[in-house]
Design a protein around this ligand. Structure first.
Ligand SMILES: C[S@@+](CC[C@H](N)C(=O)[O-])C[C@H]1O[C@@H](n2cnc3c(N)ncnc32)[C@H](O)[C@@H]1O
Length: 228
């Protein structure tokens, strides 16, 4: 198997990321990864685990798309990892029942309630029977209780200002659908999936693609493994 020194490349794997990659079985040969990880390191790891495996990794971030394409090419993995500039909330150009595993870490809370339902329906359509989806979403926590938040009851998106590393408010605003165990479970069940496990914990998240800028506090996340 090809050896790659991830630390030398600057990769920092988070606990939930290691767990998600660890859940993939040897028989999972076609994997869909919407919302590419930093430089595609998670997707590269998945490809290296099994030389028969194919990965489709997508993002709407043009910079991230270019960087990931470049690094997979440098590592001679372009024939195994297809990097695409694609919006997960749009109808997906994949056949019914084609993927063995979907790795959806820290992507679904970017979607409104309506987009999330459409996306999960598409996940269900493109997944093989018995296929599994690994999901990590942000949980509603301290950022949802900061000043000046705006809540859209129709989309369930919360718009809030980010804090810097000294816990000072910055002008930068983001919009997320921050979940509770019930909200994400209900969306999952509505799409037809069964929940194998659900758990919540705190994890260090980062503000930037290269994971150089940590969020000023640990973030609560909800992790699920679901199956068709
Ligand atoms: C928190 S990051 C990284 C997620 C990655 N799976 C990981 O575990 O590190 C979220 C990524 O999803 C991308 N993204 C956000 N909204 C998206 C959408 N609608 N479709 C595809 N990618 C999206 C962002 O550009 C970013 O690259």
């Amino acid at each position: 198997m090809q050896e790659i020194d991830f630390r030398e490349l600057g990769a920092k794997f988070s606990p939930s990321e290691k767990r998600g990659i660890g859940l993939i079985k040897d028989t999972d040969l076609l994997i869909f990864c919407p919302g590419i990880s930093t430089c595609g390191f998670a997707e590269i790891k998945m490809a290296l685990q099994n030389k028969k495996r194919q990965i489709i990794a997508t993002t709407i971030d043009t910079e991230g798309f270019k960087k990931t394409k470049k690094i997979t090419k440098q590592l001679n993995l372009s024939n195994r990892i297809t990097v695409k500039n694609e919006d997960v909330a749009q109808p997906m150009p994949y056949h019914d029942k084609c993927f063995d595993f979907i790795y959806a870490r820290l992507i679904l809370h970017y979607l409104s309630k309506q987009e999330l339902d459409k996306t999960l329906k598409e996940f269900y359509r493109i997944l093989k029977p018995g296929g599994r989806v690994f999901i990590v979403v942000r949980k509603k926590d301290w950022e949802a209780n900061t000043p000046n938040i705006e809540y859209n009851a129709n989309t369930k998106m919360i718009t809030y200002q980010l804090f810097d590393s000294n816990m000072k408010l910055t002008p930068k605003k983001v919009s997320r659908y921050l979940h509770t165990n019930d909200s994400i479970s209900n969306h999952i069940k509505t799409a037809g999936f069964g929940i194998k496990y659900i758990k919540e914990y705190k994890e260090q998240l980062f503000r930037d693609y290269l994971r150089t800028s940590p969020a000023p506090k640990l973030s609560s996340v909800i992790e699920l493994l679901v199956s068709k």
